[in-house]
Design a protein around this ligand. Structure first.
Ligand code: GDP
Length: 404
């Protein structure tokens, strides 16, 4: 298991974390319900970007954690770790039919990774301290500045998101080249003895090296599923998936400006996506009480904070989907990789449930809407009994039967 140096601090921070919770008779409200069971295996996304593009502002708004956001490069010297809920309307739908004390959404870990500037891989700025943090994350949120903000310094002197993306990519590519070169030497030495694993590693490393030398990130390369596992074990930063977060101006909330279009075009070439977020506005929104927040959103013609779609996109980027458990104590979303089987899904709740899995009883939210209660779903023959080989579907409402 990974260790998180800031975990104690962040457990404290969880007390501030506004999880959505609701009682049957009251409207959905923010309350400090602790996501105690945010499991250590929760996947983690790292926020990267040049200084002053709005990383801390977005991180703070995401986690409502209050880390320092200042008009000063390297305001976030230590990586900040937070936990964010993945908004999911389906939880509220289930709540309409099943009485429960609280709702617990799925969660992601977010790390604010500071210190990447031009030359960082060779020691500029904070040097390559960022590397150890970024190697740990499962995917990258790359914040690019698309707002002018006259008084806010841009480290490169002007607003140019494509140049900024290239600057960051170059640093990460250089860092990967170093990793690849030293790993390749080792792998080639052991490959000489005929070790199959080392031979496979050498081949991938050579392929990656050629590509990186052309200034391209490893994520652009095609790999077989077996190769992909090997790539993962190499810890290459540019092999990680990236979601671009365009930090937009207040008058461009939907990201229609030419600057955002450029980022969108770049993401498209890479098979990725862009989420427009106005950091400043999201920061203001995150400080408002829930009731005022809805009003402010409405006045701006937005259905939800941009951070909600950002979190959902990040969840998708990680290849995650949710299944639900629902009972009188809690209605809860659990994250599982797309393709997980029923026992694997049970194992997310408790490893013993996976080992002692007997079967799963599953229905859909549409069944719940149609039949209103679990008893009626069962009576209508819509409660499915699924065995060990069942591959979970997104949105399955599940009871696990196990011998643990
Ligand atoms: P970081 O260095 O990338 O973490 O950047 P910060 O989040 O500390 O932001 C740098 C400065 O830009 C701060 O003064 C923020 O208030 C400001 N800022 C962040 N997002 C926005 C935005 O969307 N619009 C404007 N105008 N300013 C922003």
């Amino acid at each position: 298991m990974r260790s998180y140096p800031n975990l104690n601090l962040n457990l404290n921070r969880l007390f501030l974390f506004p999880m959505a919770s609701q009682t049957q008779d009251s409207p959905l409200q923010l309350s400090p319900v602790l996501p105690y069971s945010v499991r250590p295996m929760s996947l983690e996304v790292g926020i990267v970007g040049l200084p002053n593009v709005g990383k801390s502002t977005i991180f703070n708004a995401l986690t409502a954690a209050g880390a320092l956001a200042a008009n000063y490069p390297f305001a976030t010297i230590e990586p900040n770790v937070g936990v964010v809920a993945v908004p999911d309307e389906r939880l509220k739908t289930i709540r309409e039919f099943i009485k429960s004390e609280k709702i617990i959404p799925a969660a992601l870990r977010v790390v604010d990774i500071a210190g990447i500037v031009r030359g960082a891989s060779t020691g500029e700025g904070l040097g390559n301290k960022f590397l150890s943090h970024i190697r740990e994350v499962d995917a990258i949120l790359h914040v690019v500045r698309c707002f002018a903000g006259g008084d806010i310094l841009h480290v490169e002197g002007s607003v140019d998101p494509l140049r900024d993306i290239d600057t960051i990519d170059t640093e990460l590519i250089l860092a990967d080249l170093e990793t690849v070169s030293s790993s390749l030497d080792k792998a080639e030495r052991t490959a000489r003895s005929g070790d199959k694993d080392s031979i496979a590693r050498s081949e991938i490393l050579r392929k990656a090296k050629v590509h990186l030398n052309e200034g391209k990130p490893v994520r652009q390369l095609e790999f077989t599923p077996d190769e992909r596992k090997l790539v993962k074990s190499l810890g290459l930063i540019t092999a990680k998936k990236v979601l671009y977060v365009a930090n937009v101006a207040e008058d461009d909330l939907h990201g229609e400006s030419p600057l955002v279009q450029q980022v969108r075009e770049r993401a498209k070439q890479e098979g990725g996506a862009v989420v427009p977020v106005c950091g400043k506005l999201e920061a203001e929104l995150s400080e408002l009480p829930e009731s005022d927040r809805a009003e402010m959103l409405e006045s701006m013609g937005l259905a939800e904070p941009a951070l909600a779609s950002l979190t959902r996109e990040a969840y998708k980027l990680l290849g995650l989907q949710s299944y639900f458990t629902a009972g009188p104590k809690e209605i809860r979303a659990w994250d599982i990789p797309v393709g997980a089987t029923a026992p694997q899904a049970a194992g997310v709740i408790h490893t013993d449930f996976e080992k002692a899995f007997i079967r799963a009883e599953i229905y859909t939210i549409d069944d719940l809407k149609q039949y209103k209660t679990e008893q009626a779903i069962r009576a209508a023959g819509r409660l499915r009994a699924e065995g060990k080989s069942y591959v979970m579907h997104d949105g399955d409402v599940t009871h696990f039967l196990h011998g643990a």
